[in-house]
Write a protein that binds this ligand. Structure first.
Ligand code: NAP
Length: 164
């Protein structure tokens, strides 16, 4: 399983239910990497999307414990334990854990590749991602050049879990 996330210098990922900042180059890359594949996301992250709706051209597996929660165009999953069985239904498609904080935290142990956009700045944040640079089982396998979009500097970094 893969994950995809944008972090700031402190590994902050969100504030007040929203992203720290919007980088259009990053959003385009997110679309290109995840299109045609499967996103696994928490209920709060879905609610942060435009009109609280799933994104086009992708399957969405929505984690919520609320059995009465209503959302169109998603596949519901009520626990992490249930997830492998739910994902079997998507066959060979690639799976991307797409947040938010609580879902990254719970699913990181099951991921082996992490597409991380490192934003070279620090924002006020209330939601964080584990610092992969401090986790011995993870290593950087690709690191892009620094880019700038609308005054925000960032780079794309691919982490992989070391094989044992
Ligand atoms: N920078 C990035 O790349 C990025 C990406 C995504 C999100 N974000 C940010 O992250 C923040 C949201 O993160 P968050 O941690 O507050 O919320 P979240 O992870 O998006 O959603 C939390 C909700 O997911 C459900 N959930 C969590 N664990 C579950 C489990 N084991 N089984 C079933 N359902 C489960 C629960 O929904 P119920 O309460 O309905 O049961 C829970 O309230 C926002 O600020 C968002 O913008 C950032």
């Amino acid at each position: 399983m893969n994950l995809i996330v944008a972090v700031d210098d402190q590994w902050g990922i969100g504030k007040d239910g929203d992203l720290l900042c919007r980088i259009s180059t990053d959003l385009k890359r997110f679309r290109s990497i995840t299109s045609g594949n499967v996103l696994v996301l928490g209920r709060k992250t879905l609610e942060s999307f435009p009109k609280k709706k799933p994104l086009p051209n992708r399957e969405h597996v929505l984690l919520t414990k609320n059995l009465e929660y209503k959302a169109e165009g998603v596949t519901f999953c009520n626990s992490i334990e249930e997830l492998p069985c739910v994902l079997e239904g998507f066959g060979e498609k690639d799976v991307f854990v797409a947040g938010g904080g609580s879902i990254y935290q719970q699913l990181l142990p099951y991921c082996d590749k992490a597409y991380v956009t490192k934003i070279h700045d620090t924002f006020p944040a209330d939601t964080y991602f584990p610092n992969l640079d401090l986790l011995l089982e993870w290593e950087i396998v690709e690191e892009g050049e620094e880019q700038e979009d609308n005054g925000v500097k960032f780079s794309f970094v691919l982490y992989q879990k070391k094989s044992k």
